[in-house]
Design a protein around this ligand. Structure first.
Ligand SMILES: [Zn+2]
Length: 107
């Protein structure tokens, strides 16, 4: 699986490139491990103070796309929380690529 290939790499610097992130996104869409919808578009009543999108969220967690750590000082990271309880975290760049890829037609 894709995840294992990344982990096997000992590099510590800037992690995965855009192509690898896009590939991980396509795989995640294929296997439904990542949603294509923004959390606030789900037509479900939300609990009080439910925060669907947290800007600068997900710090010190693993990115749901590239599986690398999101630094505690990261700027522009996101946490998406879905009404069904699923939580996804994104690097700034990984979220941008998610936005692009989720609109691509399935192949
Ligand atoms: Zn990432």
């Amino acid at each position: 699986m894709v995840r294992r290939a990344y982990r096997a790499r000992p590099r510590r610097r800037r992690r995965v490139n855009d192509d690898q992130v896009r590939e991980a996104l396509r795989e995640a869409f294929r296997t439904f491990s990542l949603p294509r919808m923004m959390p606030m578009l789900h037509p479900v009543p939300k609990p009080d103070r439910f925060e669907a999108i947290t800007i600068n969220g997900g710090r010190s967690r693993l990115c749901s796309v590239c599986r690398e750590l999101i630094p505690t000082t990261a700027e522009g990271s996101f946490q998406f929380t879905y009404p069904d309880g699923r939580v996804f975290t994104f690097h700034d760049r990984c979220e941008q690529l998610w936005q692009e890829e989720r609109h691509q037609v399935r192949r």
